[in-house]
Design a protein around this ligand. Structure first.
Ligand code: SF4
Ligand code: SF4
Length: 353
């Protein structure tokens, strides 16, 4: 059996097929492994169960003999480093008697009558305002995959929030473009000179490995759960790795005396005091190079002593609070962050982060 695709759905397909009696299951991927969408642990679990993952094979056609599927033809590909461009090496046929396509789903809107006044754009998708989620037909709203194409459930929920505000406005005769503001609250967690209202020990331990049911028992029933959860000890270790994502570092440049104590104590080297410069230049001059270009750097105002700046790579910070604990002038503080999300009718609601 062949599974086409290498997302997490493909992993569900191959592992479920094994449990339903499938044999010699191969997952076929167009691109190299580092470009797969599936989570690495899903791939490892599938391979542990005997699934073979074959890279750089692009499907071209089903091979049918006497009305029966006997194989699938693939082009073997060679990719450039970024896996953007490929060249075809040759063509191979891999025998199989079943193929599952796990390559995602497409939106389809044949039910939208085209004379409604609802504009349909690229990919035959309705044209949707990205702020109000209203289509070109007032009073008709879209969200989730049907609005902006495939993302994830978190985006779909946010679309629902925003569309609900628009629908409320529409029903009340308020312009849908009139949006209630979002807000944030930041509250210091300092309770004493070195005391904080949250547990801030830095814990460098790595992610705990989830216990799995033994291989021999996994295939007895498709309902057998493979991941059996953490032991009490693992749970304790895992929760101690918490990054305190709701507690933020907040810096006040005028208080900093450039003693370097925070730089020295930071366990992940995400702080640097340096001459200011453009971002590309700054990224090269930090205590640890900031390689994630999607994450903007924090760059403070000029420090009072030398005019240099405090730079923080938020991508590395584990929110341990050691910088604030060590700082003699309270230039660094640890503050609890609350996002105030406006709902359709009411005043903003604080959402615990
Ligand atoms: S809170 Fe962030 S910046 Fe401060 S010491 Fe910990 S890791 Fe470094
Ligand atoms: S510990 Fe405080 S005063 Fe010293 S360099 Fe860091 S922020 Fe500035």
């Amino acid at each position: 059996m062949l599974i086409i695709g290498v997302g997490n759905t493909a992993m569900d397909c191959c592992r479920s097929s094994l449990r339903l009696g499938g044999a010699d299951i191969k997952v076929m991927a167009r691109r190299p492994r580092s470009f797969f969408k599936a989570s690495s642990w899903e791939l490892e679990d599938a391979e542990e169960e005997g699934v073979e993952i074959i890279v750089n094979h692009a499907p071209t056609r089903f091979v049918i003999e006497d009305g029966r599927l006997v194989g699938m033809e693939f082009q073997r590909l060679e990719w450039d480093e970024q896996a953007r461009h490929s060249t075809v090496i040759d063509t191979v046929v891999i025998p199989c008697d079943d193929v599952i396509l796990a390559i995602g789903q497409e939106n389809a809107f044949p039910w939208i009558e085209r004379d409604l006044g609802l504009e349909v754009g690229d990919w035959d998708m309705p044209v949707v305002d990205p702020v109000t989620f209203q289509s070109s037909l007032p009073g008709v709203f879209f969200g989730g995959d049907s609005a902006m194409g495939p993302k994830n459930i978190i985006w779909a929920v946010e679309h629902g929030h925003q569309a609900a505000i628009s629908i409320h406005n529409h029903c009340e005769g308020i312009p849908v473009s009139s949006r209630p503001p979002q807000g944030i609250n930041l509250v210091s967690q300092k309770m004493g000179i070195t005391e904080w209202s949250y547990h801030n020990d830095y814990n460098p331990s790595t992610r705990q490995r989830m216990q799995h049911v033994e291989l021999t028992r996994r295939f007895q029933s498709i309902g057998t759960e493979v991941e059996v959860g953490f032991s009490a000890e693992q749970t304790a270790r895992e929760v101690q790795r918490c990054l305190n994502c709701d507690i933020q570092t907040v810096f006040q440049a005028p208080l900093c005396i450039e003693c370097d104590a925070c730089i020295d104590i930071c366990p992940v080297q995400c702080l640097t005091i340096t001459e200011n410069g453009d971002e590309a230049d700054l990224r090269q001059r930090l205590s640890a190079p900031a390689k994630n270009l999607d994450q903007a750097l924090y760059v403070s105002a000029a420090l009072p002593q030398t005019g240099r700046v405090m730079v923080k790579d938020e991508d590395l910070c584990v929110h341990c609070g050691l910088c604030a604990e060590r700082c003699p002038t309270a230039a660094w503080d640890m503050q609890k962050f609350e996002l105030l999300i406006p709902l359709a009718v009411s005043t903003p609601v604080a959402v615990p982060s």
